[in-house]
Design a protein around this ligand. Sequence first.
Ligand SMILES: [Zn+2]
Length: 477
Amino acid sequence: MHQSPDEMTVLEMLGSTNLRQSTPEDYRILREIVNSFERYSGVGNDIQLTLAEHAANELIMCEKTREYAKGIMDPSKFVLHTVRKSPLFQILSKMPKGAALKVHDTSMCSLRSVIELTYRENLWVCTTQDGCRVEAFRFAKEKPKDPMEKLRELRGERNLRKYLLVRFSMYPLASFTTNAHAWRHMMGIFDLLDGLLQYAPLWGDYYYNALKEFYADGVRTVLPQLYCLDGSLLPKRQTVQIYKDTLEQFKKENPGFIDSKLIYAPIRHVQPEVKEFPGFVVGFDLVGQEDVGHPLSQFAEELLKLPDHINFYFHAGQTNWYGSHVDQNLLDAIVLGTKRISHGYTITKHPVLMRLAKYLNIALEVCPVSNQVLQLGSDYRNHPAATLIAENVPMVIASGNPAFWRAAPLSHDFYMAFLGIAPMNADLKFLKRTAKNSIRYSSLKDEGKAEAMGKWKRKWDQWVANIAAQKENQENK
Ligand SMILES: [Zn+2]
């Protein structure tokens, strides 16, 4: 909560010195002192690299510097769909990133696997503009609209796949001019996917697939209301059961996998199902565009009635409006005892809240790509998380709805944070700290965290060894 004594000494020294009378030597020494405070206060500077990590770091920083130089010449180079080809992205995509602490369930799976689901039996589709625009999906025995196969024949399989890829995503990104516009489009995708994904026999498969694509923890779910072939609705309790059964099966088949927990996140309403399934449904959140939803303070009384084993993981401060009710949600989230804050985009405008987050060990879930796609800020170099990094506020790198922007579960967000938000000299120490944070700030219990850290570390050491070997190969060429 306060400056370190050494920093105080420097402040006093600066205050009592006439800097204009410094000798060049004084200036150099003072510069080094102040610079070292900057260097050692940021995220990752508590990490000591091993010899192998040092070797790997050299290669990583070499690639980073190269990409940085390209960016300085032309910042427009850092575009979502082109970075996949970069050597730095390749390295980061293989990096064991720990856990994904913020992702919404119906936008987890890659669109490729979502499109595969449209081949299932009994799927009907509602279209407008003579089959040119898909409006809704529905599984049913009886004919509600046109069968999917008919549409596939009409438009041609390849064309339809291409069309669905665009229809299910936020592309072209440039077509959104405001945050509200981008949100409307995103909610439209959620609505369209409902009829497809909320078909009860399919939900388990979808979730299984998502687990395969993710190394997941802390998935946020709105607990979709699943439906059956005859149109009847499944009780929400059974939705959770499907999650549990699917997860158990996945864990049995993938012993290296850590775990997955649910955060029940209804769209700005408190609902009683949250109290069932302790141990699996670990937390509670309220989602939806904060700007148009109700402020957290309005739910305070109800929220405080929930038993204290249900942790809070609130969305807050996902806005550009300083002082608005969304911005105020940050204050409420902290005072209500949240464990993490999703986004917290405005927190750097509140030094007191930022210090509280640090003091109370509340991690911010920073989602660079989501913020760009939803139009909070177009240039990563202006992202507020730069201040969190500089101030060493607890943070994790997360994604949100990666499928909608056709991004990898976490790699794009790591890439943008590493290259565009963190300082130029942020290196493997920064990457290691943020990956470790994802386990440290996860909802796992202490024993679970220790086990997860062990599993992560084995993968991390392997990854580091691979890069170090790659570097040696390059040198021997
Ligand atoms: Zn979110």
